[in-house]
Design a protein around this ligand. Structure first.
Ligand SMILES: [Cu+2]
Length: 171
């Protein structure tokens, strides 16, 4: 019977500690209630485990303001600047039918349609722009890393067969 009383007192003390922790009530107030002495013989309650810090959320890269695939910071990595070609397309031809670059050149094609829906593609370098209507500019960049003469063309419908093509010469 006595043990039960002690157990109840201990439980009350533990409850009291928690109560104090939560309410920052002074010890003296409890001592007046006769629990203080028991409390002092009790080990400190384990500290409340801190809330796990929130997992760091990965910050997405800043959006490309131009929305285009070409990033200026690419130029910071490569030593040589890109060879830039500004080409327009219409039904059914490109403004330029031959492009000459050196092996290893970084090539930047800025493409715009002046009439019709077109793109600029060269299969051997897996390079292709978006398909665009007049008024939308698009571009593609690639490394011309093999020599030869390659055909670039418009992949829309039968435009290539209709003559919308040109030669990319890599020397
Ligand atoms: Cu086309």
């Amino acid at each position: 019977m006595k043990k039960i009383v002690i157990l109840i007192l201990l439980l009350a003390a533990v409850g009291g500690i928690i109560y104090v922790m939560q309410n920052k009530k002074s010890d003296s107030a409890l001592r007046e209630e006769g629990i203080g002495e028991v409390m002092e013989s009790m080990p400190e309650p384990p500290p409340v485990s801190p809330i796990d810090p929130p997992a760091p959320t990965p910050t997405p890269p800043p959006a490309d303001p131009d929305g285009g695939p070409i990033k200026d910071d690419m130029g910071d990595v490569d030593v040589a600047p890109a060879k830039v070609f500004n080409i327009t397309g219409k039904n059914f031809s490109f403004s330029q039918t031959e492009i000459k670059v050196k092996n290893g050149d970084r090539v930047l094609i800025n493409f715009e349609s002046t009439d019709g829906f077109h793109d600029w593609v060269v299969d051997e370098f897996k390079a292709n722009t978006e398909r665009v209507n007049p008024g939308t500019k698009t571009s593609v960049e690639f490394i011309a890393d093999k020599t030869g003469t390659f055909e670039y063309y418009c992949s829309v419908s039968i435009h290539r067969a209709a003559g919308m093509k040109g030669k990319l010469i890599v020397e």
